[in-house]
Write a protein that binds this ligand. Structure first.
Ligand code: PLP
Length: 223
């Protein structure tokens, strides 16, 4: 028996239980939520195990890592890029990713749009990252005040909003703010919630949750 497989499998079962429980009373079904397993820093062997266990959505933060892993998986795997985007990496990110969660620049959007024109592939899906942190910190994302003007000039279709809950505020209130912003501007998808707060995010309407350490273990212990 493969010990690692058993470990990942039981963690997945546990996370699925937590998802089901969090959705109770929300009127939403499990199939309305996409679980993205964040595989950053973990070896591709773990991704193979996840795939074998039925996972099809994988999240990565760095172009180099995603570009190395994605081509090794079958075509029905979806790759979600959720890290800070660097302009010079866009054509590479565009090669291997299916969904971008961390768009936060019109310049970058224009680059993706140009690549979309050049290729006949399926359209990529974009989430616009919103930053709800105080100004001193910055982990990527645009301020909520910039949302409407961004959407007015954005050359690619934005299908959802993404946030990382700021440390200084109650996550439920951050997620509810994102949900309200999305309905204000008429986008329906919400990428929010990680290992520590995905239940709260689901209560607030998350359609996409990005879960790493609850399934693969603590990244800090690997170093
Ligand atoms: C690493 C990361 C996650 C997953 O975090 P865990 O706490 O390991 O679940 C989700 N979203 C983003 C943007 C991340 O960088």
């Amino acid at each position: 028996m493969n010990q690692r497989r058993l470990e990942i499998e039981s963690n997945l079962v546990e996370v699925e239980k937590r998802i089901t429980k969090a959705l109770e009373g929300t009127g939403r079904e499990r199939d309305e939520v996409t679980l993205i397993v964040v595989t950053k820093t973990y070896p591709v062997e773990d991704v193979f195990l996840l795939y074998d266990l039925g996972v099809r959505n994988f999240g990565e933060n760095r172009d180099q890592e995603g570009a190395a892993k994605a081509p090794q998986l079958p075509n029905d795997a979806s790759w979600h890029f959720q890290g800070q985007i660097q302009g010079r990496k866009i054509s590479s990110i565009n090669e291997w990713s299916d969904v971008i969660h961390s768009l936060d620049s019109l310049d970058h959007a224009a680059k993706f749009a140009r690549l979309e024109e050049l290729s006949s592939e399926k359209a990529r899906e974009f989430f616009l990252q919103i930053n709800l942190e105080s100004a001193a910190e910055h982990r990527g994302g645009i301020a909520k005040e910039e949302l409407e003007s961004f959407l007015e000039s954005c050359p690619v279709t934005i299908s959802g909003l993404m946030v990382v809950a700021p440390l200084e505020v109650d996550p439920y209130s951050a997620f509810s703010t994102l949900s309200a912003l999305a309905s204000d501007v008429g986008v329906t998808k919400l990428s929010m919630g990680m290992s520590g707060d995905f239940e709260v995010a689901l209560k607030a309407g998350a359609t996409h949750i990005r879960v790493g350490s609850s399934i693969l273990g603590s990244r800090t212990l690997l170093a």
